[in-house]
Design a protein around this ligand. Sequence first.
Ligand code: EPZ
Length: 431
Amino acid sequence: MNQYVIRGGNPLAGEVEIAGAKNAALPIISAAIMADQCVTLENLPDVNDVNVLLESIAGIGAHVDRIDRHTVKINGSTIHDCCVEYEYIKKIRASYYLLGALLGKYNSANVPLPGGCNIGSRPIDQHLKGFRALGCDVKIEHGTIMASCDYMRGTSIFLDKVSVGATINIMMAASRAVGRTTIENAAKEPHVVDVANFLNSMGADIRGAGTSRIKINGVTSFHGCSYTIVPDMIEAGTFMMAAAATKGDIIVKNVIPKHLEAISAKLLEIGCEVEEFDASVRVVAARRLQRTHVTTQPYPGFPTDMQPQMTVVLALAQGTSIVTESIFENRFKYVDELARMGANIKVDSHTAIIDGVPSLTSARVSSPDLRAGAALVIAGLSAEGVTVIDDIVYILRGYEDFDGKLRSLGAEIKTVSSEREVEKFRLGGVS
Ligand code: EPZ
């Protein structure tokens, strides 16, 4: 398994280009198979989850032509199977978006039930509630969701929980139902809006995405299109936090500043300078940062996917901060790893009480999940000495060229795959 080795303690400075949003790309790749013509997707992030999902749609017969790292052409006219193999859903939960896509196109879908993951149990009861409300018969047998109907009828669905996945999955299925569907209590994340915009580019009739009420008039077919994926607000936020934790000065480019408002507001609150431009944001952390309280919320609140990175910044801030995780039930597992680097954090159920320390110390730590792994990298970048991050496979699922982008900002970080390379890095510089 590969590791990152980091020699920390240097402020990060410079400009970094943000990639397309993984959490928009995954449902959009799934939805692309709903057209029987060529769909061209641009600004795809070159990350493992996207590459695995492209393999899974090819596995059911879609034609996938990778033009370059960030561009793919997909044609769903050659799909021969509505059954998705377990090997794909085991690798990425988001394969469950194929449920909504296949139901929308063929009124039939067999997709293995996604397991839980390191941040919580991740139920999909709201997804299934929506499909049943649209008239589908949904059974779960032998670990597989089997959904089918003669045709889907538009209806009104009130989600019991604000769910990004359920909102998107139901929107995809309903876009091809007969009649009108309303989704109430819908998620408002930018990637939900991006999926709605993409579906409309193929000929769907969806209004209200980005609000809590989405109205969908079903259509009978989709045509091909070209579409550019929205910038990744979480990748952008991660680099903004890296500036804060290393007393650096970073400009994140190719972003939509409005999507980052909750993150920028918190960084301003704790003493960073934050400057917004048309398509970039600059974060400068010249002095020691101050404590604050953060509670994760559905968009436009503070994103749960930024919770670990924010906790690392507050672990270095003056005073006692409180971070409350209101979305997932088990998203503080990384705190034990942070404690090994000298962080002073007590976790009680959904709340972390953080007594800031002047600096963290380097250590060998393990990445428990995608965003916690990125947070541990930020911790290593702030700490004097050599930090080794194990299990970086999680980080590679959602960050394109993470170490390369950090090196362009002055970080001493390298990907290694042996203890000998770890020792060589400890003894010398970045080779
Ligand atoms: C998406 O997950 C993202 N993943 C997550 O990002 C992100 O943390 C999450 O949205 C919240 O923003 C992708 O887009 C691939 P939810 P999703 O449904 O759709 C409960 C990352 O790091 N719930 O909005 O699975 C659920 O348990 C990942 O990129 C139900 O109870 O999240 C959670 O408590 C991690 N029943 C809450 O809703 C359901 O049927 C929000 O989950 C569905 C969800």
